[in-house]
Design a protein around this ligand. Structure first.
Ligand SMILES: Nc1ncnc2c1ncn2[C@@H]1O[C@H](COP(=O)(O)OP(=O)(O)O)[C@@H](O)[C@H]1O
Ligand code: SF4
Ligand SMILES: [Mg+2]
Length: 325
């Protein structure tokens, strides 16, 4: 059974405009995904597709004006949308941990690095100061920080971007979480360092049999480290499956467009797919959110959005997937 299972997750931003009219941005429109132990599930899509929002919803970190208006988030057999804030707080940072982009702003500039790692261990595990220090040292070693004993006492500004990201990964792993969510963990790092960070993530997942949700806008990252992938558009996972299958036999027109527009990949789309502006979340069309950009759109696409065939290893939310039925 999957460790994490998100079903039909809907999140809206509700606000009033200057005429006091209620305006609703439909940011997540029925996200489905699942992540198993020992695998990396990549969530890929353009900026604004709703990837980070999905992560925040799973972490229980949605803040007004964002509201979850439907759907379920099941973690290790427990429904997270109904548990108390206290319970959620104890799960977060312990059983579920998150690594974000831009490590520099996520580290406290006034606290020594080793202490930042140790603190998370102390808070959640009621460890003694000595135990927590020892654990922090062990984690710095595990994430490949050279000379960890000395680096424990260094300040965040003394770390390069790649080393700072390793520290964040150490912080995420210090309490042995079951689920790791990494939101663009290698974005902004130079190519070599990026590859090292991704290798570290992959090794950590394998060794610890973690489930990992890796968020990226980069298909190359998915190809490098993910086992399965979900392609997100306008708050919907429009296609999901094993990476190899999705990349070589994409079913959804949007996936075909993405793969075709990525410079290092084969152009798989038959005929040009119209690129277009980002969808307007305040005015999404009924039915399929991709219909205004889709070369295969038919009137039926304005009807009900197709469900993701969750029982199949590889499927797409499309009336006319390719190869067609
Ligand atoms: N306060 C807000 N009001 C309305 N829409 C918002 C607000 N904050 C974020 N959004 C929208 O939510 C969508 C999802 O954002 P996000 O999850 O950050 O996308 P991604 O991580 O895929 O780039 C974006 O299109 C963004 O414009
Ligand atoms: S459901 Fe219709 S509009 Fe949407 S992607 Fe499929 S063919 Fe295109
Ligand atoms: Mg994001």
């Amino acid at each position: 059974m999957s460790l994490l299972r998100v079903r039909d997750l809907h999140v809206h931003f509700v606000a009033r405009d200057r005429y006091d009219q209620v305006r609703v941005a439909r940011a997540l429109n029925g996200v489905d995904l699942s992540v198993d132990r020992g695998e990396i599930f990549g969530l890929v899509g353009e900026t604004g597709a709703g990837k980070s929002l999905t992560a925040h919803a799973i972490m229980g970190l949605l803040r007004e004006p964002a509201r979850r208006v439907g759907g379920s988030i099941e973690f290790d057999g427990r429904e997270l949308t109904v548990i108390s804030d206290d319970e959620l707080n104890s799960i977060r940072g312990d059983q579920i941990a998150m690594v974000v982009q831009s490590p520099r702003t996520s580290l406290d500039p006034l606290t020594r690095v080793g202490e930042q790692i140790a603190r998370i261990h102390r808070v959640h595990r009621e460890a003694s100061a000595e135990q927590a220090q020892a654990r922090a040292l062990q984690m710095m070693q595990a994430v490949g920080i050279p000379d960890p004993q000395a680096r424990m006492r260094a300040w965040p500004h003394q770390f390069s971007g790649g080393m700072a990201q390793r520290v964040l990964i150490a912080m995420a792993l210090v309490n042995d979480p079951q689920l790791l969510i990494a939101d663009e963990p290698s974005t902004g790092l130079d190519v070599t360092v990026q590859a090292q960070i991704l290798d570290l993530l992959r090794a950590s997942v394998r060794e610890r049999q973690l489930a990992a949700l890796l968020i990226t806008h980069d298909l190359g990252v998915v190809a490098q480290v993910c086992d399965r992938v979900g392609v997100m558009f306008a708050g919907v996972v429009v296609e999901a499956g094993p990476v190899e299958q999705v990349f070589t036999q994409p079913l959804h027109p949007y996936t075909r467009h993405l793969i075709g527009s990525s410079p290092d990949r084969l152009t798989l789309g038959r005929g040009a797919v119209r690129a277009g502006a980002a969808p307007d979340l305040y005015n999404l069309p009924p039915g399929c959110p991709y219909q205004n950009r889709c070369p295969r759109a038919q009137p039926v696409c304005q009807g009900e959005l197709m469900p993701l065939p969750v029982d199949e290893a590889h499927g797409a939310r499309c009336h006319f997937p390719e190869p067609g039925p």
